[in-house]
Every structure is written in structure tokens, then in C-alpha cells.
Design a protein around this ligand. Structure first.
Ligand code: NAP
Length: 344
């Protein structure tokens, strides 16, 4: 198989660095261009980046000269975007209109009717929106998005519950610091503390699952008949979002059938797919961010404390790595699926 050349937009940020770490050893992708904010253009990545995600900046990107946000200056088959949402709205559209495939982490286009919001194990058929988007916008390229980090971890656990008659979800999140980017939350605000509000987060966690779990009817996605209520909180953990979930069904459910459903979510035959998508722990003190976030190289989620709440409701905890499964790894898995489906 030939290697695909890729570019990273926002390459110096928290998610941009995760992209580079994963892509540096990827069997299908070759990092060709790194695109940065104006102040870094023309500088070498290794000299400029405040590298945070491992001991050293990967050898192969150290001497890449950073480019401006101009599609005419970038050469790549796929553009991975780790830009803030306001910047992404213009820049991602510029790249897609110039013929690039944009795999985006930003929220700018997620809820647009003709833009796929994807989790490959959950809604691969939503890739059908690509044709609708290209036609609507008269673009040669297109944008495919992945969900908010808290949403993706939650929805991977909800997908297998849909067939049991899932109707209503309440979720309370304990979100890691890396989810706020770098430098993110000041240390004096978060040490010995929990922050009870994350701007814009609850709306995303309540709305995005309805699109992700909805049905593509050939021209648009019909939202799932489900309600999600979220309360989101920042905790002093570096990586790994933990979420306490209450799930209510249209019929009585048993813990064993819920666990069987979690175990039934199949992994995909793609390089970044983990061997097991949902790991179910039986111990009463799991999952924990420090112990469980790196399962499946950060691409598995871990569920634990599955227990009955009432006859038609269960509760459990779910944990996932926010910058891997919740961000860079999610976009990369989307790109792998598009290649497998011959959309790139
Ligand atoms: P971050 O650490 O703040 O990084 C932002 C990146 O965008 C940096 O490379 C920055 O470049 C660049 N940038 C900022 N303003 C720019 C501008 N005006 N023009 C060009 N480049 C600009 O943020 P992050 O946590 O990596 O998040 C990136 C995106 O992913 C956001 O949309 C976020 O919501 C989304 N996301 C994050 C997570 C997570 O867990 N962190 C999860 C899911 C989705 P400079 O370094 O040069 O300023």
C-alpha cells in the first residue's frame, strides 16, 4: 500500500503534538507539512515547539519548516486539523474548497447538516454525507469531523446500549487538564481543586450524541430519539476523562446483558483500531485515569462499576484518553476508514 502524505494544522498545540506522536510511527501516513500560527512560520518545528507529550520531539519532524495557513503552500493528501474552533471555521473551509481532505478535531463544522461527525465503530455509514457536502458547497475536497473528547468516550459506551432500548442518559464528567490545551488552566486554579464549569462543554455533550447515534437516510442524518443531560467538571488529572453515566431504557434491563452489549462492540480492521474497543473491569475501584487511560494505546475505553439503578436503568463509569481516542487518534481512525472505503 502506498503511503499518504499528511499535514497537521495547529501542530504545536496539545492535540497537534499527539497527532505528530501517533503519525510519526504510522504505517499508512507520512508527515509532510506542519502548519502553524503566523509567529512560527519559517521556523523549524523542533526548535519552536514546547514539546509535552513524550521525552523527545520525533526525529523526522524536527527539521520541518513551519508553513502558513495557506492551502496553496501545503502539499498533502490529508490535512489533520487541531485548530481552535474560531480559526478552524475559515481555515478548514479554505483547505476543503481547494481540494484537500480535512479530518478535523475542532467543533466549527461538527453540527453542520452536510458534515459527517464520525466515530468509525459507531456510524461509518454517515460518510455518505461527503457527497452531499461536496455538491452543496461546490468543493473539490471535504471536511470530516470527530466529536468532542467527552462525547466520543460517552458515545462509544452508548452505541451498544441502543439496541436495548436506551432512552435517556445523564452524565457527570471528571475531565483531564490536557483537554484544555496548553498552557490551559492555571496551576493555582486547579491544584487542590475541582472546577465545576467548562465553557461550551455541556452543550456539545448533550447535542453531539444525537447526531452520532442518528440514522443517515441518504441525504441527511435523522437524530436519535434520545435525551442526554450533562454536567462537566475539570479535575487535576493530566490525561484521561472519567464519566459517571446513568442510562435509562424503555424496558427492564439486567447488568449482565449490558455487559454483554459492551463486549459486543467490534474492533475494526484498521491500523489505529484497538484490539478491544470497550474493556469491562469487574473491580470496584476501576476505571482510574492513571491506570486505564493507555489501554489499546489510548484507543480503548474502559467501563466499570456497572450496576443497577432501578428496574429500567443502570449506572456505570467510563474512561478514555482524551487526546488520543478523544482527539488525534479519533481523526486518524476516521482517515483510515476513509482510505479503506476508497474516499481518499
Ligand atoms: P492548544 O493546545 O491551545 O493548541 C492550539 C493550536 O492552534 C496551536 O498549535 C496554536 O498555535 C494554533 N493556533 C491558535 N490560534 C491560531 C491562529 N489564529 N492561527 C493559526 N494557528 C493558531 O489546543 P488543543 O487542546 O490542542 O486543541 C486544538 C483543537 O482540538 C481545539 O479545537 C479543541 O477544541 C480540539 N480538541 C481538543 C481536545 C483535547 O483533549 N485537548 C480534544 C478534542 C478536541 P501556536 O502554538 O502557534 O499558538
Amino acid at each position: 500500500m502506498r503511503k499518504y502524505s499528511v499535514a497537521v494544522l495547529g501542530a504545536t498545540g496539545m492535540v497537534g503534538q499527539k497527532f505528530i506522536q501517533i503519525l510519526s510511527n504510522h504505517e499508512w501516513f507520512d508527515i509532510k507539512s506542519l502548519v502553524a500560527s503566523e509567529k512560527r512560520v519559517g521556523k523549524f518545528y523542533g526548535e519552536e515547539v514546547e514539546w509535552k507529550v513524550s521525552a523527545n520531539v520525533p526525529e523526522k519532524v524536527r527539521d520541518i519548516e513551519m508553513l502558513p495557513m495557506d492551502p496553496k503552500k501545503v502539499d498533502a493528501d490529508i490535512v489533520f486539523s487541531a485548530l481552535p474552533s474560531d480559526t478552524a471555521r475559515k481555515v478548514e473551509a479554505d483547505f476543503a474548497s481547494e481540494g484537500f481532505v480535512v479530518a478535523s478535531n475542532a467543533s466549527a463544522f461538527r453540527m453542520e447538516k452536510d458534515v459527517p461527525l464520525m466515530i468509525p465503530e459507531v456510524n461509518p455509514e454517515h460518510l455518505g454525507l461527503i457527497e452531499v457536502q461536496k455538491k452543496n458547497r461546490n468543493w473539490d475536497g471535504f471536511i470530516v469531523t470527530n466529536p468532542n473528547c467527552t462525547t466520543i468516550i460517552l458515545v462509544l459506551s452508548l452505541k451498544p446500549l441502543m439496541d436495548l432500548g436506551l432512552k435517556r442518559v445523564i452524565v457527570s464528567s471528571m475531565q483531564a487538564l490536557s483537554g484544555a490545551g496548553y498552557p490551559g488552566v492555571p496551576s493555582l486554579a486547579i491544584m487542590d481543586n475541582v472546577l465545576p464549569f467548562i465553557k461550551g462543554e455541556e452543550e456539545k455533550v448533550e447535542e453531539e450524541p444525537l447526531k452520532l447515534l442518528g440514522k443517515f437516510n441518504g441525504s441527511e442524518v435523522e437524530y436519535a430519539d434520545l435525551t442526554v443531560s450533562a454536567s462537566c467538571h475539570r479535575v487535576p488529572v493530566i490525561d484521561g476523562h472519567l464519566e459517571a453515566v446513568w442510562a435509562e431504557f424503555s424496558r427492564d434491563v439486567e447488568v449482565d446483558e449490558v455487559i454483554d452489549a459492551f463486549n459486543s462492540l467490534k474492533p475494526l480492521d484498521l491500523p489505529t483500531s484497538p484490539e478491544k474497543v470497550i474493556i469491562v473491569r469487574k473491580e470496584s475501584d476501576r476505571p482510574q485515569p492513571r491506570l486505564d487511560r493507555d489501554e489499546g494505546d489510548g484507543m480503548s475505553i474502559t467501563v466499570g462499576r456497572v450496576r443497577k439503578d432501578s428496574s429500567n436503568a443502570i449506572k456505570y463509569l467510563v474512561l478514555g484518553h482524551n487526546t488520543v481516542r478523544g482527539a488525534a487518534g479519533a481523526s486518524i481512525l476516521n482517515a483510515e476508514l476513509m482510505i479503506k472505503e476508497k474516499l481518499i
